[in-house]
Design a protein around this ligand. Structure first.
Ligand SMILES: *[C@@H]1O[C@H](CO)[C@@H](O)[C@H](O)[C@H]1NC(C)=O
Ligand SMILES: *[C@@H]1O[C@H](CO)[C@@H](O)[C@H](O)[C@H]1NC(C)=O
Ligand SMILES: *[C@@H]1O[C@H](CO)[C@@H](O)[C@H](O)[C@H]1NC(C)=O
Ligand SMILES: *[C@@H]1O[C@H](CO)[C@@H](O)[C@H](O)[C@H]1NC(C)=O
Ligand SMILES: *[C@@H]1O[C@H](CO)[C@@H](O)[C@H](O)[C@H]1NC(C)=O
Length: 501
């Protein structure tokens, strides 16, 4: 036998062994969707326990590199075993499609377990939530799926990433842990929170799907607040379908966030959101392209790719209307002068103080005590790097008085005269914008959006495309985002992992 032939045979043998190994490994967890996982549970090739073991191992290996996760639930394996037992007893347990599926939650979302909820602040370590959002351990959704949490911030509370008035781009860094964890398969799904960009920004920059729900659609009870007028909780996942299954699990009226959830619960469609995952969901939709967002120099990757993507959107049957104006856009986008810089610190102080006083136990009970804590722990809280100016500015506020009410009225008017009027006049189902660039326009109106991977720029840095709409537009945004995703399939699993694994 020639040496070459031997080599070929050996290669064939290696390929065969590899194929057999893949065949035996009945379930490939990396990149598995919630639907895959459900199928795996049903056909017996997967258990919750195996899922949790996989993700714990993955977190242990990748986190030293990615710093996305600050705590994992010490009871996760026991919870998984319980979920497996429940499924053996009842093949369709009451928890729905996420029963027994491990997720990561941003560190400002309280859970009913041993996890700390700190929003990245040492001052809150050891605090015990007074309650959790209705969807976390409440009726319908099993507590078990709250398994581990990513970092909410890259630094302590005094870090600019928690700064309520620091502007969209800085605030947006707050959700990075969730998006990185989703992108790198450190959990089946993750949750983030957004005040102005913190779901949309990290999702688009990590090539994952983020849904920013209409404010009030998801309960904020037990979530460390910035602004009750703007805060919202939403999924960050690898696919639109996964994100929508998570959305279904977390939308509801919640008596502990009564006003906002009562107002928004009228938008929840009977039968939930999964029904809107339609491959032809772009057909017949009217989509606006507002001026002021796609300003990429001609010939750049972004300019070329976005043009191609808009062509795809048209080919999928949507009517794309370009050259539209959002009234007062420059006023709205100027986050340091549009009034947010006055209202957000006031809202932050009063809502944070309420949050702190509602805790069952807490080492600190007010913003003033957090400031004092940071002053007493300057090294641990990295005061030199971050300061705590935003906290000091907020502490100086005296609640929502006449000035703040006037500014809120003005922000509402800017929203009504701006995106709301444009969408009604042009009968739009959505606007399309790049990355999170529209976040402030949506934030001041409490409006929803979905970001979907759109492409990769120089050196592989991802960018996203955002479908934004009016309050309650989730069904049609899901239709469009899903159809877009299915027609383009842009997302690639991150490559650097191969070297690590
Ligand atoms: C069970 O379903 C999973 C997910 O689709 C699939 O990968 C696996 O091959 C299936 N196994 C069996 C034994 O049917
Ligand atoms: C919560 O914080 C305390 C204090 O640092 C720590 O001992 C404990 O392990 C943390 N809990 C989890 C689940 O990591
Ligand atoms: C916003 O635009 C509308 C319509 O163009 C205008 O009437 C209104 O005065 C503007 N408001 C502000 C605050 O600029
Ligand atoms: C707080 O208010 C006082 C009195 O108006 C002012 O002197 C101080 O500069 C303010 N501090 C901050 C951080 O805004
Ligand atoms: C979107 O993000 C990508 C990657 O950081 C960047 O290249 C692009 O310029 C961003 N676009 C906008 C409008 O911010």
């Amino acid at each position: 036998m020639s040496r070459r032939r031997l080599q070929q045979l050996l290669l064939a043998a290696v390929v065969l062994v590899h194929a057999a190994a893949v065949g035996c490994r009945a379930f490939q967890i990396e990149e598995a969707t919630v639907d895959d996982i459900q199928l795996g549970f049903r056909n017996g090739s997967l258990t919750s326990r195996r899922l949790v073991l996989f993700y714990l191992d993955r977190i242990a290996r990748l986190n030293p590199l990615l710093h996305a996760v600050i705590e994992v639930n010490p009871d996760a394996l026991a919870q998984a075993a319980r979920a497996d037992a429940e499924r053996r007893r009842a093949p369709s347990p009451p928890g729905g499609p996420l029963h027994g599926v491990p997720v990561l939650l941003k560190d400002n979302i309280a859970t009913r377990d041993r996890l700390n909820t700190t929003a990245g602040s040492l001052a809150l370590l050891g605090s015990v939530p007074g309650g959790t959002p209705a969807w976390c351990g409440g009726s319908g959704v099993p507590a078990r799926w709250c398994s581990a949490r990513p970092t909410s911030t890259s630094g302590p509370t005094s870090a600019p990433s928690k700064a309520p008035a620091a502007g969209a781009r800085v605030v947006a860094r707050a959700g990075t842990g969730s998006a990185i964890a989703a992108a790198a398969n450190m959990a089946a799904a993750t949750l983030g929170t957004e005040t102005d960009g913190s779901i949309l920004c990290p999702s688009s920059l990590n090539s994952v799907v983020g849904i920013k729900p209409t404010v009030g659609l998801t309960s904020r009870a037990g979530v460390v607040p910035i602004s009750p007028r703007q805060d919202t909780i939403g999924p960050i996942c690898r696919t639109v379908a996964d994100a929508v299954q998570v959305l279904d699990a977390i939308v509801s009226y919640d008596s502990r966030d009564a006003k906002a959830t009562r107002a928004a619960s009228k938008y929840i469609p009977p039968g939930g959101y999964v029904q809107f995952l339609k491959p032809d969901g772009l057909k017949g939709k009217r989509i606006g392209i507002p001026n002021g967002f796609f300003n990429f120099p001609s010939g750049t990757v972004q300019q070329i790719v976005y043009q191609q993507l808009l062509d795809t959107v048209r080919k999928q049957g949507a009517v794309v209307i370009e050259n539209l104006d959002i009234a007062n856009l420059t006023v709205i986008q100027d986050v340091l002068n549009n009034g947010q810089q006055i209202v957000l610190p006031a809202e932050f102080k009063s809502s944070l103080n309420t949050y702190l006083s509602d805790l069952s136990y807490s080492p600190v009970r007010s913003l003033a005590e957090i400031i004092a804590f940071n002053d007493a722990h300057p090294i641990e809280e990295r005061l030199k790097d971050f300061g705590q100016l935003i906290f000091l500015v907020a502490e100086n506020t005296t609640g929502i008085g006449a000035l703040e009410r006037a500014i809120i009225h003005q922000l509402n008017k800017l929203s009504a005269d701006g995106l709301e009027k444009l969408m009604k006049d042009e009968q739009l189902d959505a606007i399309i914008t790049p990355n999170d660039s529209v976040s402030t326009v949506l934030a001041i109106g409490g409006m929803p959006a979905i970001t979907v991977p759109a492409g990769y720029g120089k050196r592989g840095v991802p960018f996203g495309i955002c479908f934004g709409g009016l309050k309650g537009y989730e069904p049609r945004l899901i239709e469009m985002a899903y159809a877009f995703e299915q027609a383009t399939k842009v997302r690639k699993a991150p490559k650097f992992l191969r070297g690590t694994f």
